[in-house]
Design a protein around this ligand. Structure first.
Ligand code: AMP
Ligand code: FES
Ligand code: ZN
Length: 313
């Protein structure tokens, strides 16, 4: 039946299924739908109000590469005057990080976007697998997350960016909500938001323009834009709790279509405004070692790295 595979919007040959909306779209209509969603998310939360320079953190994976391509298109069409700079951290994970960096470099060159590569091994003197020897090594993804969060902010600050955009998608955010609700961690829950405004110059305002798009939609967009897909996943994350929770969420979504969107919307519209009123913003001081914003005398990054140094001494 022709109707089964025709695009809902233009009647052309459908190629992509938007599962939660039970809608089939052709390539061109999908691209328009996707970019409109990113644009609407940006506008709804005023993400680019007053922005001049956006650091886009790219891992080489489908989400952040889709983010870079979509932001590049939107900035040139609707936010002229804003400059985009891609930042990538080479984590030094053998057989994986080389491929990530290659995709980042190729896509940035194709798009004509300036990029900064920060190589952990040559710039910081260690690689992510070296963290295995620290007390945090048992939860290597968590330690890696600390490194990435710290360096993404530092690089964005160093290049004078007033926004740091990441490719966090709906699946990532629902997984985080799941974990924090289970732990009852309200201090973490209040930080799960589309924009984290900051007036501290060393803490760059973070934005998540893909927060309402699913992993699958980002993959479709990357494919539709001819972005090469990474044919490997991080070997250190295999069997992690995070991946197990994501699998579970996929099962729930299959039983309750729209579950992820509902949970996210309830969080942002109903829960978050109340949490923001009751959970105090932590006061930040300067890390005594690196001078970056910190919750205590020494920031979590410097603490982590000092354990590495203690081992090798
Ligand atoms: P993850 O924590 O791996 O789920 O990544 C979340 C977001 O952080 C990605 O969408 C990227 O925007 C950013 N990111 C992750 N890894 C890197 C990396 N190696 N270099 C730069 N940005 C990254
Ligand atoms: Fe950080 Fe895999 S990317 S542990
Ligand atoms: Zn520090």
């Amino acid at each position: 039946m022709a109707g089964m595979t025709s695009c809902r919007l233009c009647g052309g040959q459908a190629a992509y299924l938007i599962e939660h909306a039970r809608m089939m779209l052709c390539r061109d209509c999908f691209i328009k739908y996707y970019e409109k969603k990113v644009y609407n998310t940006i506008m709804k939360h005023g993400m680019l109000r007053g922005a001049g320079r956006i650091a886009v953190a790219v891992s080489g994976g489908k989400d952040s590469m889709a983010l870079l391509a979509a932001m590049n298109r939107l900035v040139s069409e609707k936010f002229s005057g804003i400059k985009l700079i891609a930042i990538h951290i080479n984590l030094g994970i053998e057989g994986y990080s080389e491929r990530c960096q290659e995709i980042v470099e190729n896509v940035c060159e194709d798009l004509g976007v300036e990029h900064v590569i920060h190589d952990l091994s040559s710039r910081e003197g260690y690689k992510i697998p070296d963290l295995r020897s620290t007390p945090l090594g048992g939860r290597i993804c968590g330690a890696c997350g600390t490194v990435k969060r710290y360096l993404m902010n530092k690089l964005a600050y160093e290049i004078g960016a007033d926004r740091l955009a990441t490719g966090h998608n709906l699946d990532d955010v629902v997984e985080l909500l799941f974990e924090f609700y289970l732990r009852g961690s309200v201090e973490d829950l209040v930080r799960v938001r589309p924009v984290s405004w900051s007036d501290n110059p060393k803490m760059v305002t973070k934005i998540k323009p893909l927060i309402e798009l699913t992993e699958r939609e980002n993959m479709y967009y990357a494919m539709a834009q001819g972005i090469p897909l990474l044919d490997a996943s991080c070997p250190l994350a295999e069997g992690s709790r995070m991946l197990r929770r994501k699998r579970l969420i996929r099962l729930i979504e299959r039983e309750i279509p729209g579950f992820k969107h509902m949970l996210y919307k309830s969080h942002v519209k109903r829960i978050l405004p109340r949490l923001e009123k009751t959970v105090p913003e932590p006061s930040l001081m300067e890390c005594e070692k690196c001078g970056m914003p910190s919750l205590s005398n020494m920031c979590s990054y410097c603490k982590l790295v000092s354990r590495l140094a203690a081992r090798s001494a």
